[in-house]
Each structure stands twice: as structure tokens, then as C-alpha cells.
Design a protein around this ligand. Structure first.
Ligand code: BEZ
Length: 253
């Protein structure tokens, strides 16, 4: 789920503002179709809610996440969770499957990630993943850029949102065979206004501001986005685009 080095994640805040992330991971779990006894790596396991589901399905699961706070939350669910940067996976041919939900956009070195996934899989093993694709949260990103630019602050988008063709090429270059790849819009209802999303996920941007200026910036962005992301009944959604894929390490490779 997360890259942890730049700031501390707060699992309580995450559950409040982003409980939808594991809930919306259910279709991806079905695509993985985990079998009892399979060895599964949950790459970017976050607080372990979906990792727990894999364990409950009878899999032997290891979760990894770059955030020590999230790993502690996953361990509290009784899971084997480890602090590890997904761009430097250290596993060698020991998993039947790698699973990753809503995490790969935090890892801006995708070729390193995929090289580690290839190494981690046994020959014939599969990787099933979903994360932000090209155009993901484009309105939120644009509003963040506007708000920071108005304060004289620039900088790039900190997340990796590729097109299916870009990601297919990387999967293939890493030696994986692509069974399926698609990208689709998934407007995602938020539990409150977009301010909660920004407090939970927007820190790569908001940390460019002095701490005392962040809340006023969030309030400004909420108003900026109200017409675009809030309906007449006051329900907010985020403009998510998902990139979903299934690939495998060749049986002889
Ligand atoms: C996402 O799941 O699409 C996402 C979450 C946090 C930051 C950026 C994107």
C-alpha cells in the first residue's frame, strides 16, 4: 500500500478515511482465486485487511510494506508482515502468487518492483495486481498543483500512474507473460469530503508546505473540488482510474 520512509502512516486515520481500499479489493481477490496451501506474497499489504482474507482462505501469506506503522497493524491481525521496500524485494522463487492492491502507484521505480516480483515467483507463478492507472485522481492532482502553485511551490506528481501499454511493456521486459491487462474508471465514494483523502494520502504534496499552512490549503482544495467531485446530495467521490493485470513467470523460466 504504502511507501513509508517519507512520513509515518496512521493506521487509525487510514481505516477511517480509506477503509474502502480493502473493501474495493474484493474483485481482485476473486481474480487471484487463492487456493488453500498456496504461498502468496501481498506486496504493499498496508494494515493487512486483505492479507488476512488471504490467510483465512488457507494461503500461507507474507505481507510486505514499507511503512513500519502499517506492518505493526498487520501483525496485530496475526499476520506474517515485514517491513520491506517493494522496489527491493529479497525473495527468491518462493511464492506461487504475488498479490498487490492499491500499492504499486507508490513505487516509482516499476522495473525494480517487477524484477523483484519475477525473482519472488516460482516458475509458473502468477502476479495479480491493481493500482492507479493513467489519469488516476487527475482532478485531485490538478487541484493540489493549483493550490501549491498559488503558494509558489512546484514539483512533480509523486505517484506512478502508467497506461496499460506502458505497463505491459515493463511486465514483458521483466520476463513476465501478460495474461490480462486493462484500465477502467472507478469513481470511488469517499466516507467524508476530499479533505479526509488529502490528509490520508496527500502528504507527498502537503509536506511541501510548512505544517501550520496545511489545513488552510486542504480547506481551499475542498472548495476548489466541490463542483467536480461532490454531488447535489453532498456525497464526495474520488476520480479513480484502475489498472488491473494478471501476468505469470513462464513455467520454464
Ligand atoms: C489510489 O489508490 O489510486 C491512490 C491512493 C493514494 C494516492 C494516490 C492514489
Amino acid at each position: 500500500m504504502s511507501q513509508g520512509s517519507a512520513w509515518a502512516w496512521d493506521p487509525g486515520q487510514y481505516r477511517c478515511n480509506a477503509g474502502f481500499v480493502p473493501e474495493l479489493g474484493e474483485p481482485l481477490l476473486r481474480l487471484l482465486a487463492p487456493q488453500p496451501g498456496e504461498r502468496v506474497l501481498d506486496l504493499g499489504c498496508g494494515d493487512g485487511v486483505l492479507t488476512r482474507r488471504l490467510a483465512d482462505a488457507g494461503c500461507v501469506v507474507v505481507g510486505v510494506d514499507a511503512s513500519a506503522e502499517m506492518v505493526a497493524a498487520a501483525r496485530a491481525l496475526g499476520l506474517d508482515a515485514r517491513v520491506m521496500d517493494g522496489q527491493r524485494l529479497t525473495f527468491q522463487a518462493c511464492f506461487d502468487a504475488v498479490f498487490s492492491n492499491a500499492a504499486l502507484h507508490w513505487m516509482t521505480a516499476p522495473d525494480e518492483v517487477l524484477a523483484g516480483v519475477f525473482r519472488a515467483l516460482v516458475p509458473g507463478g502468477r502476479v495479480v495486481g491493481e493500482f492507479g492507472g493513467d489519469g488516476n485522481v487527475a482532478r485531485i492532482v490538478a487541484a493540489l498543483h493549483r493550490a501549491l502553485a498559488a503558494r509558489g511551490i512546484g514539483g512533480d506528481c509523486p505517484w506512478y500512474f502508467p497506461t496499460p501499454s506502458d505497463y505491459r511493456a515493463r511486465l514483458e521486459a521483466s520476463g513476465l507473460e501478460v495474461d490480462h491487462i486493462e484500465s477502467f474508471d472507478r469513481p470511488t465514494p469517499l466516507p467524508g469530503d476530499v479533505g479526509g483523502w488529502l490528509r490520508t494520502f496527500g502528504r507527498p504534496y502537503l509536506s511541501r508546505l510548512p505544517a501550520g499552512h496545511r489545513e488552510s490549503c486542504i480547506a481551499e482544495i475542498v472548495e476548489d473540488l466541490r463542483d467536480e467531485l461532490c454531488d447535489e446530495a453532498g456525497r464526495w467521490h474520488a476520480d479513480y482510474v484502475r489498472l488491473r493485470f494478471v501476468a505469470r513467470r513462464p513455467a520454464g523460466g
